[in-house]
Design a protein around this ligand. Structure first.
Ligand SMILES: [Zn+2]
Length: 197
């Protein structure tokens, strides 16, 4: 995972003992024997996992885009297949998939790896897929002031969310459009066909 790597002073790290304690309590409350061998290290493992999957809380997603200036390029830029892993805020269950970002610069551009960092900062926390999609679009719009932005997020949810019981393997697709993408079906189609290739 690029970017958000130092967890030593994260909220999870600072509260490690308490989190381990409460995970152990939940294990007891669901009827488990916390002394059996397979579970001895589970509270510590869950806490270490939380450090990584909740690392997004340690950064402000609005700060991760290194914006540079490039007056030349005003054509569609697409970064597709950015893999993310997030946690549904309704069930604390994983959902994951790919994010695709397209924008038309108007003088400001962002490094391609910075777009992946933005996705990471937004997804490594309790989330819903719809908000991930709109937050990415809104931050790009605010920081790059592009002519237009389109974000498509695909997700497979390991919970039965408010949309009802889903079959394994089914995907939820969300999109957000800003600026020129709103008014141009040609532009939206171009983006969609390019991310499918
Ligand atoms: Zn859920």
């Amino acid at each position: 995972m690029a970017g958000v790597k130092d967890y030593s002073n994260s909220s999870v790290a600072r509260n490690r003992e308490q989190i381990e304690y409460h995970v152990r309590e939940i294990l007891k409350l669901i009827g488990e024997d916390v002394k059996r061998e397979g579970l001895l290290e589970t509270p510590a493992r869950v806490t270490r996992m939380y450090e990584e999957i909740f690392a997004g809380y340690e950064v402000d997603p609005r700060d991760v885009l290194g914006v540079t200036f490039d007056e030349q390029h005003e054509e569609l830029v697409i970064v597709k297949d950015i893999v993310y892993y997030s946690q549904c805020e309704h069930h604390m269950a994983p959902f994951f998939g790919k994010a695709h970002i397209g924008y038309i610069p108007s003088g400001k551009i962002a490094g391609l790896s910075k777009l992946a960092r933005l996705v990471e900062a937004v997804t490594r926390r309790l989330q819903v897929q719809e908000r991930i999609t709109s937050q990415i679009a809104d931050i790009l719009e605010e920081k790059l002031e592009p002519h237009g932005v389109m974000v498509v997020v695909e997700g497979e949810h390991l919970c039965m969310c408010s949309r009802g019981v889903k079959k394994p393997g089914s995907k939820t697709v969300t999109s957000a459009v800003r600026g020129q993408f709103r008014n141009s079906s040609t532009l939206r189609s171009e983006f969609l066909s390019l991310i499918k290739e």
